[in-house]
Design a protein around this ligand. Structure first.
Ligand code: GTP
Ligand code: ZN
Length: 202
């Protein structure tokens, strides 16, 4: 099951608490938090991290906002190249890239922007890429009741690029297939070939 937001209420004084934490971080990396350029940095950083993790304050129902439409289409719907930005749960460093979401409708289709909003909601939480991919797929399945859902994510992890193993060109692809896309190799192949097809005419 994907995690909905209600487990993660934040406190009213979260900005103040995080501001104090960032003051300590800056001091402990050997900087002078009272110098001009850094005076407002703890508060800015506090607001930034809350924005980057704002997905905890969202839930699927309010994101979808009833934008489900009756449709007799039973062909693949694919929303491709949705950019996303997330933080890895191991180092709190960004990983970012593109997400492709497809599903086989069962009587109803989801507002297109809602697909991207769902990707954003889960991206803006602490994640590993595999879990993020799986959670997006489960959420699409939950709200559309589709015959099948497929999600593919391509990402670059700053924890592998600017620290650690320092592999500048590395990227990671993950996928999550549910229902027909998991059980039927032909349907999965069609979905993957749609992702691979060029959109250069757009
Ligand atoms: N599977 C997976 N691993 C991730 C993801 N993001 C970061 N990691 C990995 O998490 C692992 C954490 O390994 P540790 O040995 O505990 O931490 P570390 O000493 O910082 O590891 P290095 O990154 O190898 O320096 C590393 O291999 C990271 O590459 C992700 O989205 N998925
Ligand atoms: Zn990491």
């Amino acid at each position: 099951m994907f995690q909905d937001a209600s487990k993660y209420p934040i406190q009213d004084n979260a900005v103040d608490v995080l501001t104090s934490v960032y003051r300590d971080i800056i001091t402990n990396v050997g900087e002078d938090v009272t110098r001009d350029g850094l005076l407002k940095t703890p508060e800015r950083a506090a607001k930034a991290i809350l924005r980057l993790t704002s997905g905890y304050q969202q839930d699927l129902q309010s994101i979808v906002n009833g934008a489900l439409f009756e449709s007799d289409s039973d062909q693949v719907v694919l929303v491709r190249d949705i950019e996303f930005y997330s933080l890895c749960e191991h180092h709190l460093l960004p990983f970012f890239g593109k997400c492709h979401v497809g599903y086989l409708p069962r009587g109803k289709v989801l507002g297109l922007s809602k697909v991207a909003r769902i990707v954003d909601m889960f991206s803006r939480r602490l994640q590993i890429q595999e879990q993020l991919t799986h959670q997006v797929a489960l959420a699409i399945q939950e709200c559309t009741d589709a015959y099948g859902v497929g999600v593919v994510m391509d990402a670059r992890h700053m924890c592998m690029i600017m620290r650690g193993v320092e592999k500048q060109s590395s990227s990671t692809t993950t996928s999550a297939m549910l229902g027909t896309f998991r059980q039927n190799p032909a349907a999965r192949a069609e979905f993957l070939s749609l992702i691979a097809s060029s959109n250069s005419s757009l």
